[in-house]
Design a protein around this ligand. Structure first.
Ligand code: PSU
Ligand code: MN
Length: 306
């Protein structure tokens, strides 16, 4: 038998032992999604928000072949300053651990780790999806299939318009993934509250989201749920402002021949440059907002545990 080197932080292990709510967090958003030092400041602020809601944060990453669940402040800070960290999804996480490597976890890989650690809720910024032009590139994030296989409820601010949102929703429906807009009907589009598309489901109470998660388990349905939480109104970037910038970033990616797992990080960085950092401010606000909602859902799940 191969042992899995899975290490829970003291905080996370203690919370799990007494059934306190825990919220998983990804690390690719730190290494590939935001620049230093905002990445580390945000990661800390997200953890603080989760604690303020009475839950325990568990940031997930692979370091030197160990799958770590829950990080101390020094490790988090060092991680935020590292360059060229691998980006791990379902396809590469096992190989990274087996060879003693280090890598940041995407939504898909974080869900896998959360399940192994017995964590049911996970907060992030945006999920991967079907890229625009996927009919030619076949670029569809492994996050979507993970949502159909791994029983973790993921709270995100919808998906960025670097993706083809109608196709992303279609694939999620095909895969049987519940997509729940929080507090409104519209599926949010990351920097904007409204993508112009309705989400298949809408709920306004974290207790309902927790109950739906439990019911899937009771029915033996594999997979999780995608909760799409709109960015707070005061932090929104209107679609008319962000759309031309996204178009430009996508043209630049095509021009530079960016493909595969490099596409999403490239676009995020380029949009940051093209908005003079305004995209980052909104990104931080929505991640904090998602952390609060995830903590509330985790609290209801913990209360409902027999
Ligand atoms: N979308 C964002 N911010 C991010 C990501 C996506 O708005 O940081 C990251 C997440 O880790 C997500 C991953 O799981 O990119 C998706 O990458 P890909 O499209 O290569 O599957
Ligand atoms: Mn991809």
């Amino acid at each position: 038998m191969t042992d899995l080197p899975l290490r829970l932080s003291e905080d996370v292990a203690a919370a799990k032992a007494v059934g306190r709510p825990v919220v998983a967090l990804e690390s690719t958003i730190i290494t590939h999604g935001m620049p230093y030092p905002e990445n580390v400041e945000t990661a800390r602020a997200v953890e603080d928000q989760i604690r303020a809601e009475g839950a325990v944060p568990a940031t997930i990453i692979v370091i030197d072949g160990v799958l770590r669940v829950g990080l101390d402040a020094e490790t988090l800070d060092a991680l935020g300053q590292r360059r060229h960290v691998a980006k791990l999804s379902r396809a590469d996480i096992a190989a990274c651990i087996a060879t003693g490597g280090t890598g940041a976890t995407t939504v898909a890989a974080t869900m896998i780790a959360a399940r192994l650690a017995g964590i049911e809720v996970f907060a992030t910024g945006g999920v991967g999806g079907v890229h625009r032009g996927a009919e030619n590139s076949f670029d569809i994030s492994a996050d979507l299939r993970e949502l159909s296989e791994t029983p973790v409820t993921v709270v995100a601010a919808g998906a960025k318009a670097i993706l083809d949102l109608p196709k992303t929703l279609e694939v999620l429906e095909t895969l049987g993934v519940p997509v729940i807009a929080y507090g409104q009907k519209a599926f949010p589009a990351f920097w904007s509250r409204n993508s112009g598309l309705d989400a298949p489901l809408s709920m306004g109470d974290p207790a309902e989201i927790a109950a739906a998660h439990r019911m899937r388990g009771a029915m033996g349905l594999p997979g999780g749920q995608l909760v799409a939480n709109p960015i707070p109104e005061s932090d929104e970037i209107p679609r008319a402002v962000i759309m031309p910038i996204i178009e430009r970033a996508m043209q630049d990616a095509a021009h530079h021949g960016v493909t595969g797992k490099a596409v999403t990080p490239y676009l995020l960085q380029r949009i940051y440059e093209l908005t003079d950092g305004a995209s980052l401010k909104a990104n931080i606000a929505l991640v904090l907002n998602n952390a609060r909602l995830a903590a509330k859902i985790a609290t209801h799940l913990a209360a409902a545990r027999e």
